[in-house]
Ligand binder design. Structure first.
Ligand code: NAD
Length: 522
C-alpha cells in the first residue's frame, strides 16, 4: 500500500470522505490527490473532472437558475444564515481540513472562518438593500415612470486559489447566490476537501442540489472551461493567470472581476510607535507563512528610526514559533507545497547572491517539516533582485530606508501592482492624506493588513496589475447583476403627437430645454 498523510483528521472517516466527494460529479474514474504540507504525503483523492464535466455542470446550474432567482431574497438569505451557523458550530472540522491541506497555523485558519461568517451575515442582512429597485426621474413627469432594477447575470464561475480555500472559495459565491445566480466553482487542486466541506454544509443549510456545482481537476483546462461556460467570472489568483482569464472572457464579452497579486508596502514614519509597527509588520508579513495576497513584503522606514525599528522587528520575528500539525501551538506553519518552498528559497538565494543581507531567518527547516521556512528579514535589497518587486508569496520582508513622506510614497508606488498598503504613524490625519497618494486598493493605518479586509462593508480589490473590480460592500454584490432600466409610458410612444406640426413640437421642446437650464432643475 502506498503511504498516505499521517495527519488525516480522525473524524474524516471513509464514509465522511465519500459524503464530500459526492459533490464532484463526473463519470470518469481518475482522481486528483494533493500532498499535505505536513508530511508531503497524499491527503485524500477526489474525482477528477474533464472540461466536458464543466460544461455539464454549467448546464445543470443554468437549468436551476430561474427557480432559484424566483425565490424571495429572504428565502435565499435564510439558507446563507443557516450555513453561517453550521460553519460556526462545526468549525473544528473545517479548521482541520484547512490546516491539513494548506499547512497554516490554526489561528490563521480560524481567521478565514471569521471573515467568511462576517461576509455571510453582512450580505444576508444587507444584500437586499444593495440590490433594491431605484426610481429614476423620468424625462416626462407624471405620464412616464422609470425604474433601475438589478437582474442576476445567470451562471457565475468562481475560480479561487489554495491559500485561503474557505474564505476565497466561498465568500464571493455568497453574494452571487443571494443576487439570484447559480454558481460553478473550480476547486484548487491543492485544497478540494475544504471547498467540498463547505458545499456539504451549504446543502445541509438547504441549498438546492444544482444551484452550486463544484468541479475539481487540472487548473488551466478546467479554469478555461469555466470561463467558456459562465456568464460572469470571479477570479482570484496570480496576475499572470488573471491576464489569461481576462483575455478569454473578453473573447466572449463576459464580465470578470480579478483579485490578483501584490507586492505590498508598509511605511514606518519617524513618529510611529515602533513596537506597534514591528508587531503589525510581523502579523502582516508572516501570517499564513506570508501566503496571503494582502501580506506585507516591503517595509519602507524613515531613516531616523531605521535602527530602532529593525531591533524591535527582529525581536518580534524571533518570538514567532515555527511549527506544524493540527491544532494551535505555533504561529507560523510550513509553506503549502514544494513549488512554494522552491519559489521562496529561490527568491532569497537570488537576493543574497546579489548582495542582500539576511537579518533573520533565510533558511528552510526540514527538521520541522518538508516545506517549513523561517520567517525572514532582509536588508540591502536592490532593483536587480527578483524579490525586489516580484511577489515572493512567502514569509520574507525586505527593509528599505527613506528620508521622508515623498520618498516613502515613491517607494511604495514602485512596480505595477497595488493591492494593499499600510502606514504606521502617530499622525493619523497625515496618514489619511498620504494614503491618497499611494496606488493601492486599500490602505491600513496602524494596522498591517487585516483592518480594511475585515471591514466587509467597504470595497476590497486591487489597482494597477493587482486586479479589476471589488469584493465586499455594494460593489461586491452588484457585480453579479446587470442593471436593467424599465421605462413605462402611460401615453404610448414619446414623440410628436400625430396630426400636430413637428415644428410646434420642436419649439415646445426647445423652450423646455432653456427653462430647465434657467431653473437649474436638471
Ligand atoms: P494561480 O493563478 O496559479 O491559480 C489560481 C486559480 O486559477 C487556481 O484555482 C488554478 O487552478 C486556476 N488556474 C490555473 N490556470 C488557469 C487558467 N489558465 N485559467 C483559469 N484558471 C486557472 O494562483 P496561485 O499561485 O494558486 O495563488 C496565489 C496567487 O493568488 C498570488 O499571486 C496571490 O497574491 C493571489 N491572490 C490574490 C488574492 C486577492 O484577493 N487579490 C487573494 C489570494 C491570492
Amino acid at each position: 500500500m502506498s503511504p498516505v498523510s499521517a495527519h488525516r483528521p480522525a473524524w474524516l472517516t471513509d464514509a465522511r470522505l465519500a459524503s464530500l466527494r459526492r459533490w464532484v460529479r463526473t463519470d470518469r474514474l481518475g482522481t486528483i490527490t494533493a500532498l499535505s504540507p505536513f508530511d508531503a504525503l497524499p491527503t485524500a483523492p477526489v474525482p477528477e473532472c474533464s472540461p466536458d464535466d464543466v460544461e455539464a455542470a454549467a448546464a445543470r446550474a443554468r437549468a436551476a437558475q430561474p427557480a432559484w432567482a424566483a425565490l424571495s431574497f429572504e428565502a435565499r438569505a435564510a439558507v446563507i444564515l443557516r450555513f453561517h451557523d453550521l460553519l460556526v458550530e462545526r468549525q473544528d472540522e473545517v479548521l482541520d481540513l484547512i490546516q491539513w491541506e494548506v499547512g497554516k497555523a490554526r489561528l490563521h485558519a480560524w481567521q478565514e472562518l471569521l471573515l467568511l461568517g462576517t461576509v455571510a451575515r453582512h450580505y444576508a442582512r444587507h444584500g437586499r438593500s444593495y440590490l433594491k429597485d431605484r426610481a429614476v426621474r423620468p424625462p416626462v413627469p407624471v405620464v412616464t415612470r422609470v425604474t433601475e432594477v438589478r437582474v442576476p447575470k445567470g451562471v457565475v464561475g468562481v475560480i479561487s486559489p489554495w491559500n485561503y480555500p474557505l474564505y476565497l472559495g466561498v465568500a464571493d459565491l455568497i453574494p452571487a447566490l443571494l443576487a439570484g445566480n447559480t454558481v460553478v466553482s473550480k476547486a484548487d487542486p491543492q485544497t478540494p476537501l475544504t471547498l467540498l466541506w463547505a458545499r456539504a454544509r451549504m446543502a445541509e443549510a438547504g441549498l438546492p442540489e444544482d444551484v452550486w456545482q463544484v468541479v475539481a481537476g487540472d487548473g488551466p483546462s478546467l479554469g478555461e472551461a469555466v470561463v467558456d461556460a459562465a456568464d460572469y467570472v470571479c477570479f482570484t489568483g496570480s496576475t499572470a493567470t488573471g491576464r489569461i482569464v481576462a483575455e478569454r472572457a473578453a473573447r466572449r464579452l463576459i464580465g470578470v472581476s480579478l483579485e490578483l497579486g501584490g507586492k505590498n508596502p508598509l511605511i514606518v514614519r519617524a513618529d510611529a510607535d515602533l513596537d506597534l509597527a514591528a508587531r503589525g509588520t510581523v502579523d502582516a508579513a508572516f501570517a499564513n507563512s506570508g501566503q496571503m495576497c494582502i501580506h506585507i513584503e516591503r517595509v519602507i522606514i524613515h531613516r531616523k528610526v531605521y535602527d530602532a525599528f529593525t531591533e524591535a522587528l527582529l525581536a518580534a520575528t524571533s518570538a514567532q514559533r515555527l511549527g506544524q500539525g493540527l491544532g494551535f501551538g505555533y504561529d507560523v506553519g510550513p509553506l503549502a507545497s514544494r513549488a512554494q518552498l522552491e519559489k521562496v528559497s529561490g527568491h532569497v538565494a537570488d537576493a543574497v547572491a546579489k548582495g542582500a543581507t539576511v537579518l533573520a531567518g533565510g533558511r528552510a527547516r526540514p527538521d520541522i517539516g518538508p516545506y517549513a521556512y523561517q520567517p525572514t528579514v532582509l536588508d540591502g535589497v536592490t532593483g536587480d533582485m527578483d524579490l525586489c518587486l516580484g511577489e515572493t508569496f512567502g514569509p520574507v520582508v525586505a527593509l528599505h530606508r527613506v528620508d521622508g513622506d515623498d520618498e516613502a510614497v515613491a517607494a511604495a508606488n514602485l512596480g505595477r501592482q497595488g493591492l494593499s498598503a499600510s502606514i504606521f504613524t502617530a499622525d493619523t490625519a497625515a496618514a489619511q492624506a498620504l494614503a491618497r497618494r499611494i496606488r493601492s486598493g486599500a490602505v491600513n493605518v496602524n494596522d498591517g493588513a487585516g483592518l480594511a479586509i475585515a471591514t466587509v462593508e467597504a470595497p476590497m480589490g486591487g489597482r494597477g496589475e493587482s486586479g479589476l473590480g471589488r469584493r465586499h460592500g455594494a460593489e461586491g454584490i452588484r457585480r453579479f447583476t446587470d442593471a436593467q432600466t424599465v421605462a413605462v409610458s402611460r401615453l404610448g410612444p414619446l414623440g410628436p403627437p400625430p396630426g400636430r406640426p413637428v415644428e410646434s413640437f420642436v419649439a415646445l421642446g426647445t423652450k423646455q430645454l432653456k427653462l430647465l437650464r434657467r431653473l437649474g432643475i436638471r
